[in-house]
Each structure stands twice: as C-alpha cells, then as structure tokens.
Design a protein around this ligand. Structure first.
Ligand SMILES: [Zn+2]
Length: 259
C-alpha cells in the first residue's frame, strides 16, 4: 500500500525542501494544504503540485481552508465567500490534475442544523466537481450528521468521504464512521490523540485503536494511500526531533500498523 503525508507537518522549512524531505523519508504521496497560512504565497500554491511531482511524489488531494464553514448552512451573505473558496479549490484541482478536494461542512460543536439551503450549495459544488472530473471528500470533524444528511440526499460518484481517525477518536469516539461512510472513502487523514484534544500525533502515540482502524480501512477496499495528517504543532512530544527524523519515524510507524 502506498503511504502519504500532509505537506504541513510542523517545522518551518521552505516548500521544496519540505517536499524533498518527505520523498527522502519514503513517502509516495502528499496532500497539500490549500490555505495561505501558515506558509507560502499564491505563487508557491501554484507551483507546489509540479514541485511535488518533479520529486516523484503523487499529489493525492488538497485540503480546503475551513474557517466559517458553518455559513454554508445559513442565509448569511458571507456564505458566498465560502462557496467561492470551495469552488476555487475544485477548479485548482482540475487545473493541476489533482483528483480530490477535501473540505469541512461544519466547524465547532454547535454548527447550524442541516438545511435545504446548505444542501443546494453542496449540490452546486458537486455539479461543478462532476463537470471538472474532480472528487469532493467531506471530512468528519466535531459533528458528522451534516455528512449523513448530504449523503442521504445527493448521490454522485464525485461525492465521497474523508475519514479522519483523530477527529473520530476525540470528537465522536465509537461512531464507527468507516462502517457508515467507508463505501464512499475518497481520502484518509490518519493521526492519533489521547482524546483530550485534536493533537495530530503520530499513530501509536495516543489512544486510537489502530488495529481496528486498519482492519476497517482494509475492509473498505480503499485504493488510495494511507495518508498521515500528523503535526508537531500541538504537542511537545516531538521536541528536539529534526524534521527528517520525525518523517522517518512517521513513515515507519504507519507502515508497522498495516494489517
Ligand atoms: Zn483532517
């Protein structure tokens, strides 16, 4: 199985050097953060997919910025800004031949309830994705009923699920999201935590039951890479590790979890 990682895993390193280190550690693919923060500028964003491919890394998907995602479900005028951002992500994937955009439908513990207005917006995004031959993967965050709501009402080969193991462990433990949505799995965000928060730790450094997660992924017959969304930013567990050492450990760790 191929193994991937989020290009933003902590450490302040220049983009291309970051990608080089990822390749050197053995990874096959990257998922790219599409936001302007915490690194980079527009020029870098446009050159990043080719820079990754030049090193022999596949570009698996992009992660759309998710601030104010809740507005999707409301008649707030600013909702159009969120729609535009998500549309830009789909178009960016199309231009750069990246298969999938990963996005959040909500943020926080108390998003607005699922609404017809929100559904129409997701429908419009899905239609754009269909036209552009791009996949949309809806990621589980603190709540997942909006994902269920959308899946119950929109059927499209271009609309799927991004499974985040860390979010399930600290926000919705026991929800068995791979049982619910695993037949539409388009992307993986694998990371760990101790359930006190969304720590993005290396697999094995928290309380995620990896044997069961990996068995469930295997049962999904998911053809994509096992992709880490780990980060050194939310913990002091990796203090003193160089970026390349962190990447080496990350790679070996996930490889050792394969069942
Ligand atoms: Zn995630």
């Amino acid at each position: 199985m191929k193994i991937g990682i989020h290009n933003w895993f902590g450490y302040r390193i220049e983009h291309k050097e970051r990608l080089r280190l990822i390749k050197e550690a053995g990874f096959d693919s990257v998922l790219l953060w599409w936001g302007d923060e915490p690194e980079g500028d527009e020029k870098d964003k446009q050159s990043l997919p080719d820079a990754a491919r030049a090193l022999g890394l596949e570009v698996e998907n992009i992660h759309a910025p998710f601030d104010n995602a809740n507005l999707l479900w409301t008649d707030d005028l600013q909702a159009e800004e969120i729609m535009n951002r998500y549309k830009q992500c789909i178009l960016y994937c199309s231009v750069h031949q990246i298969p999938t955009t990963v996005l959040h439908l909500t943020g926080g513990d108390t998003p607005p309830p699922p609404s017809e207005l929100g559904l129409q917006r997701i429908k419009a995004l899905t239609e754009l994705a269909e036209q552009k031959n791009v996949n949309i993967a809806m990621e589980n965050v603190r709540r997942f009923e909006h994902i269920q709501f959308v899946f119950d009402r929109i059927q499209s080969d271009r609309l799927g699920f991004c499974y985040d193991s860390g979010h399930e462990n600290c926000f919705t433990k026991g929800a068995n999201l791979l049982d619910l949505f695993g037949d539409r799995l388009f992307a993986l965000h694998l990371h760990d935590n101790d359930e006190t928060g969304d720590l993005h730790l290396l697999p094995g450094d928290g309380t995620v039951h990896w044997e069961s997660v990996m068995k469930k992924i295997k049962a999904c017959h998911y053809p994509g890479p096992l992709t880490l969304e780990v980060n050194t930013e939310f913990t002091d567990l990796y203090e003193g590790l160089s970026a390349s050492r962190f990447l080496n450990i990350a790679y070996e760790r996930i490889k050792s979890m394969i069942v």
